[in-house]
Design a protein around this ligand. Structure first.
Ligand code: SF4
Length: 361
């Protein structure tokens, strides 16, 4: 029997798969997820975008929540092969913001009405658990806001200390659910440890965020479907997908990198499969395509992370080159994002925008 309908020219299984995922909330198999990721026909892609957008509208409404991103140290002990911050890259200027600088930047985030700060860094040994606990407590004393940590691998006892100090969320992307690819690109950690950390964080009451890179050398659509399936298994509260953009001072400088199209597909399919999760549009996506944020929001995403890292550090947090918006202030970013959000008939979400699994408060 032909897989194609004579009326529409579409593979008959694709509209049916999308319908089952959207309307019935069917639990798709890894093979079915992969089938959606391999859609190439423009009419079928359109069905996918629309279905993801409807699920987002029904479960979340029109709000797009902001997370104030503060990249407080670009020092990293690790050597992930794709990353511009890797320890062996001597071509970037390293920095560590002081606690006073961090608190001043957090004050600006709070003043702008953003209900979450994301404290992001490389795996920087200077930032011991003790120092981070003092920082989290200081933020919590000053502001009624959610604190998200994105600081890489930590021991379970350290994670418990952060939780006791008041940290609400923890982001740690699993990057790729393919164990051999993970091993190839991450000499300092294992996929097993990442997954163990994500499970431990959940048990401690953190809202968790994971995610993956799109377009790593050797990565297949089967791998990407496993990335979504792993996020489903881990019951994450946020799922971030970024295209891999090769950095010229890394071993992967010659790689071709990820595409915007596959990143949109991952956003849309993740929305259909994971449903009540926050999905951000990443700066890397908007670096690949000027309209990346608007398209991402129209295809299932509901989060944006304006960069609150002050100058000159913002440009020095060089995961990849030609990062968008490196010269803008937080206030400039907010003006630009508000206009972009209105242009797609969406609204700015105020407050913490917590886990959708707990009602989003
Ligand atoms: S991806 Fe993260 S852990 Fe790996 S080198 Fe870059 S900053 Fe360090």
């Amino acid at each position: 029997m032909s897989m194609y309908s004579l009326d529409t020219g579409m593979r008959s299984s694709v509209p049916e798969l999308i319908r089952r995922a959207e309307i019935e909330g069917a639990v798709l198999s890894i093979e079915e997820i992969e089938e959606l990721l391999t859609i190439a026909d423009p009419a079928e892609l359109d069905l996918l975008w629309q279905a993801a957008n409807r699920v987002r509208a029904e479960l979340i409404g029109s709000d797009i929540w902001m997370r104030g991103l503060l990249e407080f140290s670009n020092v990293c002990r690790c050597n992930c092969l794709y990353c511009g911050l890797r320890a062996d890259n001597t071509g970037i200027t390293r920095y560590r913001m002081s606690s006073a600088q961090i608190l001043a930047a957090v004050d600006r985030i709070a003043k702008a009405g953003i209900g979450t700060v994301v404290l992001q860094s490389g795996e920087d040994p200077y930032w011991t658990a003790e120092r981070l606990v003092s920082l989290i407590e200081a933020i919590k004393r000053r502001h009624d806001m959610a604190v998200t940590l994105s600081i890489g691998n930590r021991t379970e006892s350290e994670l418990a200390e952060f939780r006791r100090a008041g940290a609400d969320r923890f982001l740690i992307r699993h990057e790729t659910a393919n164990p051999s690819l993970y091993k190839e690109f991450h000499p300092d950690s294992t996929l097993e440890d990442r997954v163990r950390q994500l499970r431990a964080l959940k048990d401690m009451g953190f809202e968790t965020g994971s995610g993956c890179l799109v377009g790593l050398p050797g990565q297949t659509t089967a791998d990407l479907s496993s990335d979504i399936a792993l996020a489903r298994e881990l019951n994450v509260d946020m799922f971030g997908v970024g295209p891999f953009i090769p950095h010229p001072d890394t071993p992967l400088r010659e790689a071709s990198g990820g595409t915007a199209l596959m990143t949109y597909k991952m956003i849309a399919v993740a929305r259909l499969v994971l449903r009540d999760v926050h999905i951000p549009v990443t700066t890397a996506l908007s670096t690949l395509e000027e309209e990346g944020r608007e398209k991402g929001w129209a295809r299932g995403a509901n989060i944006v992370m304006p960069n609150a890292t002050p100058s000159p550090y913002r440009a020095q947090y060089e995961l990849y080159k030609n990062k968008r918006c490196i010269d803008d202030t937080l206030e400039h970013c907010l003006g630009c994002l508000s206009r972009r959000i209105s242009s797609v008939n969406r609204t700015l979400g105020y407050g913490r925008g917590g886990s959708l699994k707990k009602g989003g408060q």
